[in-house]
Write a protein that binds this ligand. Structure first.
Ligand code: COI
Length: 361
């Protein structure tokens, strides 16, 4: 079966309206989960099968399940928004579905059809629609599709069984400070990914690889770590879990995809949104020396981070070995705020969706 129908087995004991409302009043990020999840299995020789929407529950795994040993795992992140008329829409799910397939290829996993990926997200959002926060605030429902190798055994090889799941979590701002600028530590000795590696795949291993440098950033008093390219330790790549943009007046630049940078959906969308607003928007190489120099001479006017979880978050203080400086006086810059508002207006359904990005259920 290549496109299994998702069989609905709703929970007999969903959270009460009062319990859910209490969570939605202050969801945080990734702390609470909705009443259901979608599961679809893949078995060699049989393909995708047994699509189900079931109550959210722990998984039971044999201790020798391959994902626990060799990290054959990929994931996605996308959001569902409440629109002014009360309906719900997700943002560019086909883009996440396509990236999920690309990540599968890199990790030797089976490729889920994009339409099944979207059907699974729709099934969960449709069932748990009451968990989509009210229109008008910063909150949305964050969807986390993921896939793990479930074959049991310790041989190192692509597994012959997989489990695809979608879970959902009501989400407020990713950073506790909301849109307050974040501080960045530029790591010149640790790298996130290497050419020919899997930096452009959305796999847990890349995030595990980022944790030590992220802890070092915290030791330096910073919120996030910024990685440079592995070969020259010169060119800016990305943060631990989000992409970067540099604002030069009316021109915005994001690091060119090199194979070791994740192709962010927000990153991609902003190239278009910025052009719609009359900015020049391009991909290019930005070195850390140029970043420091152009901030000092005032040509680099703003820097911001972007991602599904982070939306658009301004960068304030930047630290590297032997230097420290501030972007836009440590305040959210004007271009950053304008792009943020324009993107959120499309996502929340208060601006025209002229690129057909919103997917209604
Ligand atoms: C996202 O922005 O969706 C991410 O995947 C970043 C992080 C929460 C892992």
């Amino acid at each position: 079966m290549t496109t299994p129908t998702i069989e609905l087995k709703p929970s007999a004991t969903p959270l009460s309206d009062a319990e859910r409302q209490a969570i939605l009043a202050n969801p945080g990020f990734g702390r609470h989960f909705t009443d259901h999840m979608v599961t679809i299995r893949w078995t060699e020789g049989r393909g995708w099968h047994d699509g189900r929407l079931v109550p959210y529950a722990p998984l039971s795994l044999d201790p020798a399940t391959m994902v626990l040993h060799y990290a054959q795992e990929i994931f996605e992140g996308l959001k569902a928004y409440r629109r002014p008329d009360g309906s719900v829409a997700t943002f560019r799910p086909e883009k996440n579905g396509a990236r999920f397939r690309a990540s599968s290829r890199r990790l030797g996993m089976p490729e889920l059809p994009v339409e099944t990926f979207i059907e699974a997200c729709d099934a969960l959002v449709g069932q748990d629609e009451k968990w989509v926060p009210a229109h008008g605030g910063e909150e949305s429902l964050y969807l986390r599709p993921f896939m793990i190798a479930t074959e049991v055994g310790l041989g190192v090889k692509p597994a012959n069984e997989y489990l695809f799941l979608v879970i959902a979590s009501p989400a407020g701002a990713y950073f506790p400070g909301g849109v307050k600028p974040v501080s960045i530590w530029v790591s010149e000795d640790r790298v996130r990914a290497v050419p020919g590696g899997m930096g452009d795949a959305k796999t847990g291993g890349n995030y595990a690889a980022s944790l030590l440098a992220q802890a070092e950033a915290a030791d330096k008093g910073c919120d996030q770590v910024c990685y440079l390219d592995a070969n020259e330790r010169t060119w800016v790549e990305e943060l631990g879990g989000m992409n970067l943009y540099f604002v030069y007046g009316d021109r915005i630049v994001t690091p060119t995809l090199t194979g070791s940078i994740l192709e962010g959906v927000t990153r991609d969308s902003l190239l278009t949104v910025a052009r719609d607003l009359g900015y020049e928007a391009e991909e290019g190489r930005v070195s850390v020396d140029q970043w420091q120099r152009d901030s000092a001479n005032g040509t680099l006017t703003e820097v911001f981070a972007c991602g599904t979880a982070a939306v658009i978050t301004p960068v304030g203080t930047v630290k590297r070995t032997g230097a420290e400086w501030q972007q836009s006086g440590g305040e959210p810059g004007e271009v950053t705020q304008r792009l943020r508002a324009a993107l959120l207006d499309i996502q929340r359904g208060t601006a025209e969706d002229k690129h057909g990005w919103m997917h209604t259920l």
